[in-house]
Design a protein around this ligand. Structure first.
Ligand code: NDP
Length: 342
């Protein structure tokens, strides 16, 4: 057990009303879990956090694929850290793990009913474990291959394309021989899309007419649309879907902070004459695909065929405002934070 007795935590203070704010969270210095670990449990010293737009949905009191975060609980979120006490031979003391350990210094993990923590192999940096080898890349892999049924020669559209999930979706589509159009906010991110991630074209949704650009760039329509954004972006993709096209609903970030909820696309019936399909998915249902996805990612990253960015902020006190970066587009790649003092 560590000498420290304080476990710093960021709790959900109240349910965000629309736009999430720093004031929706409160810091508490709790005491470190001192009781003996039950068989199978581990105590983790969190060293780095990973941020995901989905955390915003978990803050609402609404049915979803995970229960809402309770008011007064540490915010649920990805973290990576060192096992400092273990009652589980799969996670020996001193080994590194990642999981949904939350916004706190220390977490008891691998409790009965919890998802298994993921062991981080020697030689893999924490920013890689939470970044390019983390859930975002796995989501892109499952979404593009298994849900989207990517075919060589497809014209693929990816929204939120310069982010953690989107940039991998763009690159693995290109590697499979697709033609790829990415949508992102601002000239800088659009430049990364073409110059670093190999997209054939990029659309700056903040400064360009997405529908007009899609019409020009994909006159025969989009075969596979991997959507991270929802709202008017989804509507634009539906308007340009090709015959027998596939739309993969991965996320809908444009509506996560919208109090009223974003109105559904007004043009859904366009799917009928186009014989097109649309399907949502959640990575957690596809964990059997993780070994194949991880092997492929390691090979692509090792050979330089996939490039990535990580945006590392610093300091325990900066946790809430770092989370907010996702919703202003300030994050430059996978949003991470290194906890101070460790
Ligand atoms: P990103 O790294 O892409 O960061 C979020 C980005 O979203 C921002 O940088 C910004 O990019 C864009 N954005 C923010 N607000 C808006 C808005 N109002 N309209 C349009 N774009 C906006 O995040 P992730 O890659 O981690 O996540 C991408 C998506 O994938 C999310 O929707 C997330 O919920 C989803 N997801 C789904 C999973 C699943 O199992 N289905 C698993 C993991 C993630 P820009 O500057 O280009 O606007």
């Amino acid at each position: 057990m560590p000498a420290e007795t304080v476990n710093r935590q960021w709790l959900l203070a109240r349910r965000p009303r629309g736009q999430v704010r720093v004031e929706d969270f409160v810091r508490r210095d709790a005491s470190l879990p001192q009781a003996d670990l039950a068989a199978g449990e581990i105590l983790v010293r969190n060293l780095m956090l990973g941020f995901d737009p989905a955390q915003r949905g978990w803050m609402d009191d609404a049915p979803s694929y995970l229960p809402p975060i309770a008011i007064g609980e540490p915010v649920r979120g990805s973290a990576a850290g060192r096992v400092i006490a273990s009652a589980n031979p799969a996670y020996p003391e001193g080994s590194m793990v990642r999981g949904l350990f939350g916004w706190q210094d220390y977490s008891v993990a691998a409790r009965a009913g919890d998802p298994d923590p993921v062991a981080i192999p020697d030689g893999t940096a924490l920013e890689e474990a939470l970044g390019i080898f983390g859930a975002a890349s796995l989501t892109a892999y499952v979404g593009i291959y298994d849900i989207g049924q990517l075919r060589a020669g497809d014209c693929v559209l990816v929204s939120g394309a310069a982010g953690a999930v989107g940039s991998v979706a763009v690159q693995i589509s290109r590697l499979a021989g697709a033609r790829v159009i990415g949508i992102a906010g601002g000239a800088e991110k659009c430049r990364w899309l073409v110059e670093d991630y190999g997209a054939d074209a990029a659309i700056d949704y903040r400064n360009e007419d997405v529908r007009a650009r899609l019409k020009a760039l994909a006159p025969d329509g989009i075969d596979l649309f991997f959507d991270n954004v929802g709202g008017t972006t989804l509507e634009a993709g539906i308007a340009h879907i090709a015959r027998f096209g596939r739309i993969v609903l991965c996320g809908a970030i444009s509506g996560y902070n919208d109090l009223q909820g974003v109105p559904g696309p007004s043009n859904l019936t366009r799917l009928i004459p186009q014989r097109a399909g649309m399907r949502g998915f959640i990575l957690l249902d596809h964990l059997d695909r993780v070994p194949a996805a991880m092997a492929a990612l390691r090979q692509w990253v090792g050979s330089g065929q996939i490039r990535y960015r990580t945006d590392i902020q610093h300091g325990f006190d900066a946790i809430p405002k770092t989370f907010l970066r996702l919703f202003s587009g300030s994050n430059r790649g996978k949003q991470l934070l290194r906890i101070d003092g460790v």
